[in-house]
Design a protein around this ligand. Structure first.
Ligand SMILES: [Zn+2]
Length: 435
């Protein structure tokens, strides 16, 4: 079973005095990290154990760190170099000897004075809120152990902190706010055998359309983005450092806004699937750029990461709720008629409407796509659960029917046609149609 990790964000409400101790702590840890990075780089020492043997004592004494924070600093720096060197080995900075690669190879890793710092359970303990008592944390600082530091957070998230293993927690200082990002293990929920699948089509005009016909419009988000885009243009023209800071803040704010929208959408979709005992199917979004053909101004509003994020949110929320989740082949979902399986680019008349050239079905284009995705979800689930029963290419090439009794045309040289239709969903799952 997969262990799902979840990050809980909590805001700290330090007094001015506490805030300055936190700032001193981050600064000391990051100065220590940059100093250590310099030593490692100079002596060409990269491994954690060697680094620890060599500089642990000096790190503690120089920067006034206690034992655990020192270990965390060493881990932070050795991890940074391990990532860098891993990327070099993988050739992500070009072939050996290339200018770019040489530059990266000689690069010294430097830490911002307020870069995030990880804390573990020995340096940070939680007292989640109880009835009539605020939640607090106690955290190690360079000014000593700081107790009763008030925390603020989504009540549902704070509840998660109770009785759960809390892993590493990052202390983050961002836009004048103090935050803790705690990694926790989400409880294992067994996945229920789905009675059919809820297909979800992701798009720009409609962020998400389900096979039930529910649409989450992207107009609010797109309007917001356009406005942000205009403001960004103005700021970019300025080129001052304060404009740059403001730009960064804007960008993060926009990302938070989009994340918030994605949270709401994924939450309602997972709730609907759970209520009706179905699984969730979405398109496998790798290569979305190839699929989305749009005019240029519209393309500017497309943020691949926002799609990927919605997919991730759906995936982990589904997992947490014990709802089956599959990603399906996205090919031709928007050009295929979900009723008769006819594939034609002309089927999709415009952004919004679908009209089948063969059987005459007329409907909303995204809804039609979502129905195709739902059908593919059923097929994919069958493959996931019974790999041995999955239709093989050889079987379909030989013209014989596959074990599910449906014909497959993929791989025969014809245009790809989804082999499952919507009414197959319930038959495959062997249950009544959900209401
Ligand atoms: Zn049709």
């Amino acid at each position: 079973m997969i262990i799902v990790k979840q990050v809980v964000q909590v805001r700290l409400l330090p007094t001015p005095e506490q805030a300055s101790a936190l700032a001193d702590t981050l600064r000391a840890c990051n100065e220590a990290a940059s100093w250590l990075s310099d030593q490692m780089h100079r002596d060409r020492v990269w491994h954690r154990v060697d680094t620890q043997k060599r500089w642990y004592r000096e790190l503690r004494d120089r920067f006034g760190l206690s034992a655990q924070p020192t270990i965390r600093v060493i881990a932070k720096v050795t991890d940074a170099y391990a990532t860098l060197r891993g990327n070099l080995r993988a050739g992500n900075y070009g072939p050996s000897g290339s200018e770019r690669r040489r530059r990266v190879e000689s690069k010294l890793v430097v830490f911002r004075p307020d870069a995030a710092q990880p804390f573990d359970a020995r340096c940070l303990s939680w007292q989640p809120p109880e009835l009539g008592r605020e939640g607090t944390v106690s955290i190690w600082t360079v000014a000593g152990r700081m107790k009763n530091l008030r925390i603020l957070g989504n009540p549902a998230h704070l509840t998660l902190l109770k009785g759960r293993t809390i892993g590493e927690t990052d202390l983050v200082h961002r836009d004048g706010q103090w935050l803790l990002h705690a990694v926790i293990d989400a409880p294992d929920v067994p996945v229920r055998e789905p009675a059919g699948f809820l297909g979800v089509d992701l798009g720009i005009v409609n962020i998400a359309t389900t096979s039930d016909g529910h649409r989450a419009s992207g107009s609010r988000l797109n309007r917001y983005r356009k406005r942000q885009h205009r403001i960004r243009k103005r700021l970019q023209a300025k080129k001052t450092s304060s404009a740059r800071r403001l730009l960064m803040r804007r960008r993060r704010k926009e990302a938070r806004f989009a994340a918030d929208v994605n949270h709401q959408i994924s939450k309602s979709i997972v709730a609907e699937a759970q209520r009706t005992g179905r699984g969730i199917a979405v398109e496998d979004l790798t290569g979305i750029h190839a699929r989305v053909r749009l005019r240029k101004p519209q393309r500017a509003t497309l943020h691949t990461w926002a799609f990927a994020q919605l997919g991730q949110y759906l995936s982990y929320k589904a997992e947490r709720a014990g709802v089956a989740f599959v990603r399906v082949d996205p090919a031709y979902t928007s050009q295929t008629c979900h009723v008769c399986g006819h594939v034609d680019r002309k089927n999709r008349r415009c952004q919004a409407s679908f009209m089948c050239g063969q059987c005459g079905f007329v409907g909303h284009a995204d809804h039609n796509a979502a129905l195709n995705i739902a059908a593919r979800g059923v097929e994919r689930w069958g493959e996931v659960m019974r790999p041995d029963a999955a239709p093989t290419l050889a079987a379909s090439q030989g013209g014989s029917s596959n074990p599910n009794g449906r014909s497959r045309t993929r791989g025969t040289g014809n245009k790809p046609v989804p082999s499952a239709r919507v009414h197959d969903i319930h038959r495959v799952a062997g249950t009544q149609p959900p209401r």
